[in-house]
Design a protein around this ligand. Structure first.
Ligand SMILES: N[C@@H](CCC(=O)N[C@@H](CS)C(=O)NCC(=O)O)C(=O)O
Length: 231
């Protein structure tokens, strides 16, 4: 059984979707990041980075428990465990890993910074707002080019590269993006959104999602002193 230590955010959704697609048995252990549960000793024992998602596979390699953090590493692990959603042939495999890394190093961090400066920062600062809006648009243009040439990010087949990217492209209006300007991205997004496993994945812990704006207490946990204590 796999324990998913998680919360309903884009990085959490990647793991929920992969577990659903691969039909791997799992239990959800909610880590309420707005309430500071990521700093609890039991979670820090799994990840020194105190970020969701993390997993513990009680039946890991050699039958021993395996703890893993970083959503990209988790997706590779789950796909290899199930033998699906990561191509076996070398060229296709590297294409998949390339687009997975593009999400991990580009789409995730840049979209995250866009969200911070446009929606969460106490001050509305012109320079970072413009910088991350430009990055978000640029990354959409890169995706548009790729998805104009290929059905999926890795090529002909749906893979963990699509699973990593999809949750970050939800709610484009929150990033000033109109999918009508990116028809290939729109086609790809709609085909993935229609998958039953994806719909089950994004429903995990949906009832725990914050309604309305961030409270001062959450802001302090995520962006204030609590976040930056030495641990
Ligand atoms: N690179 C990490 C990023 C994980 C991450 O940023 N998780 C966020 C939620 S999406 C989190 O746990 N935030 C808690 C905090 O900032 O204290 C991954 O892909 O797993």
């Amino acid at each position: 059984m796999i324990e998913a230590w998680t919360w309903p955010t884009p990085n959490g959704h990647k793991v929920h979707i992969a577990l659903e697609e691969l039909a791997l048995p799992y239990t959800v252990i909610p880590v309420h990041i707005g309430a500071g549960e990521q700093f609890k000793p039991e979670f820090l024992a799994i990840t020194p980075n105190h970020r969701i998602p993390a997993i513990v596979d009680r039946d890991g390699p050699g039958g021993k428990p395996l703890a893993l953090f970083e959503s990209g590493a988790i997706l590779i692990y789950l796909a290899e465990k199930a033998g699906r959603l990561i191509p076996a042939a070398p060229a296709a495999r590297y294409a998949c890993l390339q687009w997975l890394m593009f999400q991990m190093g580009g789409v995730g961090p840049m979209f995250g910074q866009y969200g911070h400066f446009h929606h969460y920062a106490a001050e509305r600062l012109a320079y970072p707002m413009e910088r991350y809006a430009n990055e978000v648009a640029r990354l959409h243009r890169v995706l548009e080019k790729r998805l104009s040439d290929a059905e999926y990010l890795a090529g002909d087949h749906y893979s963990i590269a699509d699973i990593a990217t999809f949750p970050w492209l939800r709610f484009p209006e929150r990033r000033g993006i109109d999918f009508d300007d990116y028809p290939a991205v729109k086609r790809w997004f709609q085909s993935i959104a229609a998958r039953p496993a994806v719909q089950r994945g994004v429903a995990v812990l949906a009832d725990r999602q914050r309604q309305g704006s961030m409270t001062d207490a959450e802001r302090e946990v995520l962006f204030g002193k609590t976040q930056f204590q030495t641990r």
